[in-house]
Design a protein around this ligand. Structure first.
Ligand SMILES: [Zn+2]
Length: 258
């Protein structure tokens, strides 16, 4: 049984508020700052942000993306993260039966958004997120899909594939192409979603990464040294795998079953 319509919308509103906090996490966690104190201030003038100016998405739109005091520009990243978190909470709550699976998936959404943002800005995937994520994903699998054996296979396959690729790349090129952060992140995705989703995630994120990479090479005529944050693409791939992975695997397997 999925949630009733009013609860589904509440989940979306809850997601908007969570998104507001995720902005703080994305900014402060890689800088080693506390996530709770001090309260948010304007990066331009240091004025404390009033609660009225902290309403997700709405405040940014009403203030035209500027600080109410000094008119400094406030990045569109803030309302975007809030909107995307709200929309994904709504979507996941709409299609997932209520229970431990819903809790696990909302938590995974939160983790993937944070890793997306941090990897994009800093090219790191903090252990303090990915390692507990592997454990929590496995614990959830004890009480719901994908089941604990599938979860363990997901951890082994996710970590194993990327570790093998990273090792092979290093042997050939003598430089690090894939970080260990990517290895741990895909193991975590496997812990939450199982081994099939690992393959779907890997295929989708490699494809998306290649498309963006080709686009950048075309636009900059190959002058830009490419260092795409793979964790950012893994986030997108895992979200897609979570939302449409099962139908995708069924459709694809259809080609091989007579
Ligand atoms: Zn200001």
């Amino acid at each position: 049984m999925t949630l009733e319509l009013p609860q589904t919308f509440l989940a979306g509103l809850f997601g908007l508020l969570i998104g507001s906090f995720l902005n703080v996490v994305i900014y402060r966690l890689p800088r080693g700052q506390s996530l709770v104190t001090p309260p948010s201030t304007c990066p331009g003038c240091g004025t404390r942000i009033r609660p009225i100016d902290n309403v997700p998405v709405l405040s940014w739109v009403l203030l035209g993306g500027k600080c109410h005091k000094c008119r400094a520009q406030i990045s569109i990243q803030y309302p975007l993260v809030e909107f995307v978190t709200g929309a994904l909470f709504l979507l996941v709550a709409w299609v997932t039966p209520a229970g431990p699976l819903l809790a696990a998936r909302l938590l995974l959404v939160v983790i993937l958004i944070v890793l997306f943002g941090i990897d994009l800005h800093h090219q790191i995937l903090p252990n303090v997120i990915t390692l507990p994520g592997i454990v929590i994903g496995f614990l959830f699998s004890l009480v719901g899909p994908p089941g604990w054996t599938n979860s363990l296979l997901g951890i082994a396959l996710g970590g194993g594939i990327l570790y093998a690729i990273a090792a092979a790349y290093y042997l050939v090129r003598r430089e690090e192409g894939l970080g260990m952060g990517d290895v741990k992140m895909l193991a975590m995705i496997g812990a939450f979603l199982g081994w099939k989703a690992v393959l779907v995630t890997l295929i989708l994120s490699s494809f998306a990464g290649a498309l963006v990479g080709i686009g950048i090479i075309a636009f900059t005529k190959g002058t830009m040294r490419l260092a795409l944050p793979f964790g950012t693409f893994l986030s997108l791939g895992a979200l897609a795998a979570m939302l449409v992975g099962d139908p995708l695997v069924t459709w694809y397997s259809g080609f091989f079953v007579p």
